[in-house]
Write a protein that binds this ligand. Structure first.
Ligand code: ADE
Length: 269
């Protein structure tokens, strides 16, 4: 069975995952990145930091596929909210991903990746459905135990919701209201914005590798929600990513108290 590539965009997420892999980990340094090969919750995994931006994420993904022959890729990280109903502390699982800053017009339509004839890269439906289920179960069953009330209140995370839909990526950190409005007008179904996901999606599409992307909302991308970024990463996003990945890798069956599969709280398509 091929290993799973676990890609994370933030150092804090990687450090915890590598710690959980225990002592039996091989580290391969390629192109200034450390690829950690080992076992996480009983599954063979290669864990790596994408670094920031689309070029860095694409390079990391190519190496994961070509050097480590991973069979599937799961990508976690942070994002800024774009859709009005998406709030700090919510989780977004990608249905598809798009590069909001690619524009080779008039040669190609805006957002289309030249020569691929495609602007929206769909995430793998089965992997994404599993990730959705694990995120839903995590938020319903584990979150309130793992993140104490005091921390939730300090960071303004009260009842996190789960969404599925379009994630957009570009080589800018978006933090002004005008830019968020421009993105909403141009791409009305975009749920959140980050800097790597669509690059990972493009590479996976080119190599035919199934992938899923999950983002925790850390800010409102319009400079109004002032969150202590490192505290948020350490106390919320890292905890979510670990908890959700743990369920994902262990394949914990999901059911509500009556034994029925839980249903989505919010699903944007
Ligand atoms: N990652 C987390 N928040 C972001 C934002 N506002 N813009 C781009 N990438 C992000």
């Amino acid at each position: 069975m091929k290993a799973i590539g676990i890609v994370a965009a933030m150092h804090g997420e990687i450090a915890g995952l590598v710690h959980e892999m225990g002592t039996d980990v091989q580290v391969h340094r390629i192109g200034q990145r450390d690829y950690y090969m080992g076992t996480l919750h009983g599954r063979s995994c290669v864990v790596v930091l994408t670094r920031i931006g689309k070029v860095a994420a694409a390079a990391t993904t190519v190496t994961l596929i070509r050097e480590f022959n991973v069979g599937e890729i799961v990508f976690t990280g942070l994002a800024g909210a774009v859709a009005p109903g998406v709030r700090v502390g919510d989780v977004v699982v990608a249905h598809s991903l798009l590069q909001h800053d690619i524009d080779a017009s008039p040669l190609f339509p805006q957002y289309e990746v030249p020569l691929l004839g495609c602007s929206r890269f769909p995430a793998d439906a089965a992997l994404s459905a599993r990730l959705m289920q694990c995120a839903r179960d995590y938020l319903e069953h584990d979150f309130y135990r793992q993140v104490p009330a005091q921390q939730r209140s300090t960071l303004g995370v009260h009842t996190p919701a789960l969404h599925q839909g379009l994630i957009i990526s570009g080589d800018q950190f978006v933090d002004c209201p005008q830019e968020v409005q421009r993105l909403r007008d141009a791409l009305p179904d975009a749920l959140c914005v980050e800097m790597e996901g669509a690059a990972v999606a493009q590479i996976c599409h080119e190599y035919g590798v199934p992938f899923a992307v999950m983002r925790t909302i850390s800010d409102s991308a319009d400079d109004t929600a002032c969150v202590d970024f490192s505290a948020f990463l350490e106390q919320v996003a890292r905890v979510y990513a670990h908890g959700i990945l743990r369920r994902f890798l262990l394949g914990i069956p999901s059911a509500d108290a009556n034994g029925h599969p839980a249903v989505s709280r919010t699903a944007h398509r």
